[in-house]
Design a protein around this ligand. Structure first.
Ligand SMILES: Nc1ncnc2c1ncn2[C@@H]1O[C@H](COP(=O)(O)OP(=O)(O)O)[C@@H](O)[C@H]1O
Ligand SMILES: [Mg+2]
Length: 191
């Protein structure tokens, strides 16, 4: 089995920073996704899933994942939450179908992981919306992802109790967040 300890949460919560620190502390490998350019949500979700395929061949390793399929599920949930605000039934149905498609991409991957030799343990990094905003550099504020932050945050809060085995307080300073996650990785390795 390959153990994948995944860090999940909103933009700015500290996933990339923590993943690098924890990989160093626990002598694990770290995996950051390449963010594909110019693809729609569905094509991007499929591209991300394809990038993760590499780990089915890494028997016995521990990998710190900077996001995994829960990011796709959270996106689906956030999109779905906007559907009711649309006046026309057609637009509502189009949004629901789009969210459903993303959801099945995420859940199909989740359902196949054991058969493919992966044990995925998900850690939710939790912080308030104000903290997330303050950690986003001014240059990255204002885009579509930034505007969707309240919906994305609500989606993670709703999904974490079901899908995340651990929750870490990401309001702490970076060293403390990494120490908490490293302890989780060490315990999960012994399971
Ligand atoms: N615990 C922390 N306390 C304060 N600042 C942090 C903390 N973790 C990360 N940061 C800073 O917040 C910003 C976003 O962190 P990053 O790791 O890129 O988040 P993510 O990958 O989740 O989007 C960076 O400037 C990083 O240095
Ligand atoms: Mg990042």
């Amino acid at each position: 089995m390959t153990l994948i300890c995944v860090l999940e949460g909103c933009d700015g919560v500290g996933k990339s920073t923590t993943a690098d620190r924890v990989a160093h502390m626990t002598k694990a490998s770290v995996f950051h996704h390449d963010r594909p350019r110019g693809l729609d949500d569905i094509a991007a979700a499929i591209a991300h899933r394809t990038q993760r395929e590499v780990f089915t061949t890494w028997r016995g390793r521990t990998v710190i994942g900077d996001r995994w399929w829960l990011s796709t599920l959270a996106l689906s949930h956030a999109i779905q939450s906007t559907a009711d605000a649309h006046e026309s039934d057609e637009e509502h149905d189009r949004i629901v179908a789009h969210a459903q498609r993303l959801r099945s991409i995420a859940l199909d991957e989740r359902a196949s992981e054991e058969a493919r030799g992966l044990r995925v343990v998900t850690v939710y990094l939790r912080a308030s919306l104000d903290t997330l905003r303050s950690r986003t550099s001014p240059a990255r504020r204002g885009g579509a992802r930034w505007r969707a932050l309240p919906q994305t945050h609500a989606a993670y809060e709703a999904l974490a109790p079901t899908w995340c085995q651990h929750v870490v307080d990401a309001e702490q300073r970076a060293e403390s967040v990494a120490a908490d996650v490293a302890l989780i990785v060490q315990r999960e390795r012994r399971v």
